[in-house]
Design a protein around this ligand. Structure first.
Ligand SMILES: Nc1ncnc2c1ncn2[C@@H]1O[C@H](COP(=O)(O)OP(=O)(O)OP(=O)(O)O)[C@@H](O)[C@H]1O
Ligand SMILES: Cc1ncsc1CCO
Length: 539
């Protein structure tokens, strides 16, 4: 008989030590079940055997009322005494094959895994599920300086589970604000496998209102699962639903969408917060104004926190890495407030300092769109095909740029924009190729940074378009609402088309006059000119 299937969506791990003062454990447990907890693990680190059995027995009694299964942390004897659904063991607890012989074929066994090797062993030993962690630092477990996996490390492990039937939950530092980031950011790069649920302790146990806490977590997990079902198969991260899908493959349709977004920017003037480098700050603010949006270059952690609810999108460009704390807060708040977050990892491949900073930021928040030149995208993709020369890329580029952007989009669960004489944009499913632009863009500093700024402006417009029209799009659990693939295309197209118009002007004599002509042409650009000049291919 196959073992019972559990619903891992919101997996509560108990911890009486985290209860708020005056809150009773059983009362808190019952409220959390009413809020939608789907599975409970009784974890007692300090109780003696008799007390553990008593807590487990009463926990099971309450969970039975809600038809929610109970697992026991570590202690096979307690599981056998109480007759729970199974056990959860760690790497240093009773070995899984021995545990299986002791508890029989019908009970569930879950195993904690911290890396790919432990996951492979868990599959070999036929664990029913694995608990992947720690995803982030947490006060409830001593992880002794071990590196946290982050959403992408979690995704690498999920790749191994595809087709095995082994289920997976993530654990460690998971809270309501970072839950969407985790769910989306951990979609596995090769097989698009996803978490079956998340294990939480303090968000529920330490809450004065565990019912609300559990129900908010449940809502996010449920809507994420619905969205994945809607995406059917191997679609990209931000794929739109089938009705629009065919149309999205049509160049005319895309250009029309870009035109619509240009109008929205003019009408709505979204505020774009840009944590960017000292070299380009002024030009970036001016191109923002030229397309109708409103720039603010705020970097102070408190300030970016307060601004986040009011902005249309946030750009993080670490060209001069001056404000890392501000970048952390701004990115995290963009995720919390579901605002598009555009990451421009300037010269990330050039130094280990930059690589480490990019890794730290990417473990802290989930970008919506990542934009870079060939060296930057190559560094993030861990490819050695393109070297960097400071902030520029050296050499002729990738042999198969479309494959690079597609794979990285899947790995990072973000839209990827690769700039250069030809630009490639992908959501992990489709790839758009844009052949507009001017060689003068290579002769002014920060053209890539300005392209990133414009992508942020159009991401804000795309979100507004979604909110205004309730456009048919993927489920509400998406980290950011609106078609971010079209937004990225719009930013690149508008910038490169305006650069062509600027380069053709008779008063443009070189990079200096080109630089100011470019701002004028962005300001004067009409949707009709974009339509006329657009060189977009759908690969
Ligand atoms: N030779 C070219 N012909 C046409 N367009 C170009 C050319 N080189 C760059 N571009 C365009 O310029 C913009 C910036 O791309 P690029 O790859 O040069 O960025 P970058 O190296 O990050 O720049 P920076 O470091 O100066 O910010 C993109 O929109 C790209 O399409
Ligand atoms: C030149 C330069 N140095 C750091 S950032 C920057 C702008 C182009 O990326």
């Amino acid at each position: 008989m196959p073992r019972r299937q559990l619903d891992y969506s919101v997996y509560l791990v108990t911890g009486r030590e985290f209860l708020p003062a005056g809150k009773d454990y059983y009362e808190s447990l019952e409220e959390s079940l009413q809020g939608g907890v789907t599975l409970v693990q009784v974890r007692e680190k300090n109780a003696d055997t008799g007390e553990f059995i008593e807590v487990a027995r009463r926990t099971k009694q309450i969970c039975d009322k809600y038809n929610v299964p109970v697992l026991i942390n570590d202690r096979i004897d307690v599981h056998l005494a109480v007759g729970t659904a199974g056990i959860h063991i760690g790497q240093t607890d009773c070995p899984l094959p021995l545990a299986r012989t002791l508890i029989g074929p019908d009970a569930i066994i879950g195993l904690s895994v911290r890396n790919v090797d432990e996951c492979k062993r868990a599959i070999e030993q036929s664990a029913d599920y694995i608990g992947i962690g720690s995803v982030w630092h947490t006060s409830s477990k001593d992880i002794k300086g071990r590196r946290c996996l982050g959403p992408d490390g979690t995704g690498e492990i999920l790749d191994l589970l595809d087709g095995t039937g082994v289920k997976a939950v993530a654990i460690g530092g998971i809270h309501l604000p970072n839950l969407p980031q985790l769910l989306h950011g951990s979609i596995s790069p090769k097989t698009s496998n996803t978490l079956d649920g998340v294990a939480v302790i303090s968000d529920i146990v330490a809450s004065q209102r565990p019912r609300e806490s559990a129900s908010q977590l449940r809502e996010i997990v449920d809507s994420f699962k619905r969205a994945r079902l809607n995406l059917k198969g191997q679609k990209g991260v931000f794929s739109i639903i089938d009705a629009v899908d065919q149309a999205a493959l049509d160049k005319e349709y895309l250009v029309k969408k870009v035109e619509g977004l240009m109008r929205i920017l003019e009408q709505e003037t979204p505020l774009i917060n840009q944590l960017t480098n000292k070299v380009v700050m002024n030009d970036s603010a001016n191109v923002t104004l030229a397309v109708g949006a409103s720039p603010i270059m705020s970097t102070n952690p408190r300030d970016v926190y307060d601004l986040s609810p009011a902005i249309g999108a946030c750009l993080i460009n670490f060209g001069t890495i001056d404000d890392k704390e501000g970048m952390k807060v701004a990115g995290r708040q963009a995720n919390v407030n579901r605002k598009p977050l555009i990451f421009d990892p300037v010269a990330v491949g050039a130094t280990s300092f930059r690589r480490e900073n990019a890794a730290e930021l990417l473990a802290h928040w989930q970008p919506t769109i990542i934009k870079g030149n060939a060296a930057e995208i190559g560094a993030l993709a861990e490819s050695t095909e393109v070297a960097s020369r400071g902030v520029d890329a050296a050499g002729s580029g990738f042999k198969d740029p479309a494959a690079v952007v597609k794979a990285l989009a899947r790995k990072r669960a973000a839209i990827i924009v690769l700039t250069g004489p030809t630009d490639y944009i992908s959501d992990g499913d489709r790839v758009y190729k844009v052949s507009n632009g001017s060689h003068f863009l290579e002769k002014i500093t920060g053209s890539g940074c300005q392209a990133g700024t414009l992508i942020a402006c159009f991401a804000a417009a795309s979100r507004i378009s979604y909110l205004q029209n309730n456009e048919p799009f993927e489920d509400d659990s998406q980290l950011v609402q609106g078609d971010m693939l079209v937004a990225a295309l719009a930013g690149i197209l508008v910038y490169t088309v305006a650069s062509e118009a600027a380069a053709e002007r008779s008063d443009v004599k070189g990079p200096g006059t080109f630089r100011s002509a470019l701002i004028d042409e962005l300001y004067n650009l009409t949707p009709e000119v974009v339509r006329h000049r657009a060189k977009v291919e759908i690969l």
